[in-house]
Design a protein around this ligand. Structure first.
Ligand code: NAD
Length: 350
């Protein structure tokens, strides 16, 4: 298979972790006989320094033409004084909207060898946790009208969803569930919100096309509780934009290790942008000690979700698992290995 991948490493630890992840991609390329063409472009503060803007048109165009995008991280103290629209973080929103990425996938995985990193008790974690949060990314209250009354005494934010918007994200959740534990928990507040009642009705209709998948509905307040009380009961968690923003952060924290968590933002046609959930970590940038695993697992998600290369993705995940089982750890996990040393072990396991 031949695919073009736009690579935007960004700032801080971005270039360090991305170059390690590309070594893993290269290894998969030779091991499985694929051809991955890499197109590297600037984004974030790095782009601002050379082009005067954080998302140059050339970067966006390269991403649009590619089959998938791999992103490191953007931002840093050097750019904190820039006005809002010029800030590196704006590049992320520009990429997501410019590429039409409406579906955010965030796996929250507690790897068995890292159980002790979770703030939850080990009997709650069991043998490990594997939850996939599927969050709607371009609708709901974040994209409704935000208004302050003329007298400044009241404000409103409109929360709106259409049936097609709900259908397409629900389909993504069911498709993902088919490749996993075949269970979808759809989160809403249908006892109060009309958008949630439409959400629930629409999800029920989409579910008819997936008879093998068990569907349950859960109010968002209960979902927030169950995530820390009985997270084992979740497989795929389907949510609208704001609930998903909050719940995906909660889910990521129960894993206890920010350097381990990948994410994907997708379109219906399978095109996606893949990135670790963490930021540019300016406090450790340039020291070579960042954990590259979140970015390496983002590459695995790219192979799985954009290219349909399930075996290749699994081989990366298995390599990461075996390296963790061997006790190898970067500093964020209490170890001493550098960014490139842990990657070398993963390459060897591959
Ligand atoms: P951060 O995620 O960059 O760092 C938080 C803490 O986690 C730091 O102590 C950092 O050293 C550590 N950490 C993060 N990733 C790590 C890794 N791979 N290995 C080891 N340790 C890791 O969050 P922050 O400090 O709040 O933000 C720093 C900058 O990143 C800010 O400019 C922020 O706006 C930006 N940011 C960017 C993104 C993104 O690009 N998607 C996301 C969040 C924050």
């Amino acid at each position: 298979m031949k695919k073009t991948i736009a690579v935007v490493a960004g700032d801080g630890i971005g270039p360090e972790i991305v170059s390690e992840a590309l070594k893993v991609l290269k290894k998969v390329e030779t091991k499985f006989g694929h051809e991955f063409v890499i197109e590297e472009r600037l984004v974030g503060g790095a782009a601002y320094d050379t082009a005067g803007e954080c998302l140059p048109m050339e970067t966006l165009e390269t991403c649009k033409k590619a089959d998938a995008v791999l992103l490191g991280a953007v931002g840093g103290p050097k750019y904190d004084a820039l006005p809002g629209p010029k800030r590196p973080e704006k590049a992320l929103l520009g990429l997501r909207s410019g590429l039409g990425l409406f579906c955010n996938l965030r796996p929250a995985t507690v790897w068995a060898p890292l159980k002790e990193s979770s703030p939850l008790k080990s009997e709650i974690i069991g043998e490990g946790l594997d939850i996939l949060v599927v969050r709607e990314l371009t609708g709901g209250v974040y994209f409704g009208e935000h208004k302050r009354a003329d007298d400044g005494q009241s404000a409103s934010d409109i929360m709106a969803y259409s049936i097609p918007e709900i259908e397409r994200i629900a389909k993504m959740a069911f498709e993902a569930a088919m490749k996993r534990g075949k269970k979808v928990t759809s989160v809403d507040k249908a006892n109060v919100l009309e958008t949630s009642r439409l959400w629930r009705e629409t999800v029920n209709k989409v579910a008819l096309d997936y008879p093998e998948v068990t569907l349950e509905h859960m109010y968002v307040d209960n979902a927030a509780m169950q995530l820390v009380r009985a997270p084992q009961k979740f497989d795929v968690l389907l949510t609208e934009n704001m609930f998903g923003d909050i719940l995906s952060d909660e889910a990521s924290q129960i894993t206890g290790s920010i350097g381990m968590l990948p994410s994907a933002s997708l379109r219906l046609d399978g095109f996606g942008m893949y990135e670790p959930i963490h930021g540019s970590a300016p406090d450790i940038a340039g020291k070579g000690i960042a954990n590259p695993i979140a970015t390496i697992l983002s590459v695995a998600m790219m192979l799985k979700y954009s290219f349909g290369l399930e075996n290749e993705a699994k081989s990366i995940e298995n390599a990461v698992l075996s390296v963790l089982e061997s006790g190898a750890r970067t500093a964020d996990l209490g170890g001493t290995l550098s960014c490139s040393e842990i990657t070398s072990l993963i390459l060897a396991a591959l």
